[in-house]
Design a protein around this ligand. Structure first.
Ligand SMILES: Nc1ncnc2c1ncn2[C@@H]1O[C@H](COP(=O)(O)OP(=O)(O)OP(=O)(O)O)[C@@H](O)[C@H]1O
Length: 263
């Protein structure tokens, strides 16, 4: 029997009631994410990217359809610590050192001191922050802080990593560097990654699957499976294969009339 999909959405809908009427954040979303995939969600502001991630994380409840995470309800998956979450801002505690920030979920989950130390060592090594254990967040660059928050999300070995525009606030050179590091990390750890972005090149560079979304109502307008090789040097972005996928993403965004509508 094939293993259950890591994420399976079927006719998923989520409507927020507001003072100005209902906001349909997600409408009829059908999507399957298998183990080891790197899936990017791209689309203009308000198309439901964050809401979809938050629904996987059980931070929002669907109002119609179904969503399973590792074959379980999002609530069961949350209780079994199925995922790590990385936010746009690093969200590190300024009064804690880097190692103490990474230790936080481990403390909450009751890991012993030795196990904590081992996991901190391993995850800081994965994000190339060995040697920075005793530093405070403000002593690190923005890119390093974001790597520390990725380490924190990886510390308890969740197989699923949810990343909401983790590099959106960083300059392009740092972002390029972190993108190629993230791909290596993904390759080494075999995690399943859901990644929200506004950047077409970032989505194409990172993903095995690109989910194009459109607002009002928030919906999926295209799902593009990438046939780029797993090994991706940064200059792959100049190849015809890469540009063809980028063109299809752009086309999908245009087809949703995303940028023509008045806000
Ligand atoms: N708690 C809430 N209450 C009411 N409306 C909400 C709530 N959360 C999100 N929305 C609305 O749902 C829609 C989808 O929001 P969401 O944040 O998922 O979009 P997004 O694609 O992630 O946008 P961005 O790129 O700006 O982060 C938007 O219209 C938003 O205003």
């Amino acid at each position: 029997m094939p293993a259950a999909a890591v994420v399976a959405a079927h006719q998923l809908g989520l409507t927020f009631p507001t003072a100005d009427g209902d906001v349909v954040a997600l409408s009829d979303v059908n999507l399957t994410i298998d183990k080891g995939e790197f899936v990017s969600f791209i689309g203009p502001s308000g198309c439901g990217k964050t809401t979809f991630l938050r629904t996987i994380a059980d931070l929002e409840r669907p109002t119609s359809g179904t969503l399973t995470v590792n074959g379980q309800t999002p609530e069961q998956a949350r209780r079994s610590r199925a995922y790590g979450y990385v936010f746009q801002a690093p969200a590190l505690y300024p009064w804690r050192t880097i190692e103490k920030n990474v230790a936080l979920p481990l403390e909450i989950m009751g890991y012993g001191r030795e196990q904590q130390a081992e996991r901190i060592r391993r995850t800081l090594e994965l994000v190339n922050l060995t040697g920075f254990e005793k530093r405070y967040p403000w002593q690190l660059s923005g890119g390093m802080q974001q790597r520390a928050s990725i380490a924190r999300a990886l510390a308890f070995d969740a197989d699923l990593l949810l990343m909401d525009e983790p590099f959106g606030a960083l300059d392009e050179i740092v972002r390029d560097h972190l993108n190629s590091e993230l791909l290596k990390l993904w390759d080494r750890t075999q995690k399943t990654i859901c990644f929200v972005t506004h950047s077409i090149p970032e989505a194409v560079y990172l993903s095995t699957k690109i989910v194009v979304m459109s607002p009002r109502p928030g919906r999926v307008t295209d799902v593009i499976v990438s046939d780029l090789p797993r090994e991706r040097p940064l200059d792959i972005r100049e190849t015809p294969e890469f540009l063809a996928i980028a063109a299809r993403v752009r086309e999908g965004l245009r087809a949703g009339h995303s940028y023509e509508e008045a806000v």
